[in-house]
Design a protein around this ligand. Structure first.
Ligand code: NI
Length: 201
């Protein structure tokens, strides 16, 4: 998988204040080489991924702050998310996707990890009529919970495996990288959307 490239992208995507903040890294229990396990990411990379996961809600908050309601719900096309839809999506994927998958990987043997149809949820739950502040707060809290769990994982736990629907075998470490990639995709789309608002409205 991609580790360093992704991490570098994540790092570059952070707001300058967030990058500065992430120079202060918390210590945690994961150390490379312990228990003789071979891992795909180094300890530094692991720390950076966790830190970027931790900072994502604040990065998004900075990106969307001060925008009028009509900009928050503006959809560039029928198939693209508005800013509000992106944030509701990140919240639900965090709570119903990643929190559940992490729990299953930690407590079950080779669990099946369900894929979630984000577009269907956006329609069913009418994301574009939800409250942005509430959605962002809920995403922030759900992310905090997940980061708290990830920070304390041992190497043995990081190497626990499951089967991710439509993807295949994935370790908890791989899942963590998927989380950061997913953040990255949506941060990129949000940044593009933000730029287009300045032009179009
Ligand atoms: Ni998504």
């Amino acid at each position: 998988m991609m580790s360093l490239r992704v991490v570098t992208h994540l790092w570059n995507s952070l707001a300058p204040s967030a990058r500065e903040d992430s120079l202060v890294l918390n210590q945690h229990s994961w150390l490379p080489g312990s228990a003789g396990e071979k891992s795909e990411v180094t300890d530094n990379e692991f720390q950076r991924i966790v830190k970027s996961l931790q900072l994502a809600p604040e990065t998004i908050r900075e990106l969307v702050s001060g925008l009028p309601d009509k900009s928050l719900t503006w959809k560039p096309s029928g198939t693209e998310f508005s800013i509000l839809e992106h944030i509701c999506h990140l919240r639900d994927i965090e709570k119903e996707g990643y929190a559940v998958r992490i729990e299953k990987l930690l407590t079950e043997v080779e669990p099946l990890l369900r894929d979630i149809d984000g577009n269907r949820l956006a329609d069913e739950r009418v994301y574009n009529r939800q409250n942005l502040r509430t959605a962002l707060l809920e995403f922030t809290l759900a992310r905090e919970n997940n980061v708290r769990v990830l920070q304390c994982l041992t190497l043995d736990q990081l190497s626990r495996n499951g089967i991710f629907e439509k993807v295949g075998s994935v370790s908890l470490e791989g899942l963590m990288i998927m989380m950061s990639e997913h953040d990255q995709e949506h941060l990129k789309e949000l940044t593009d959307l933000r730029g287009r608002l300045d032009i179009d409205q």
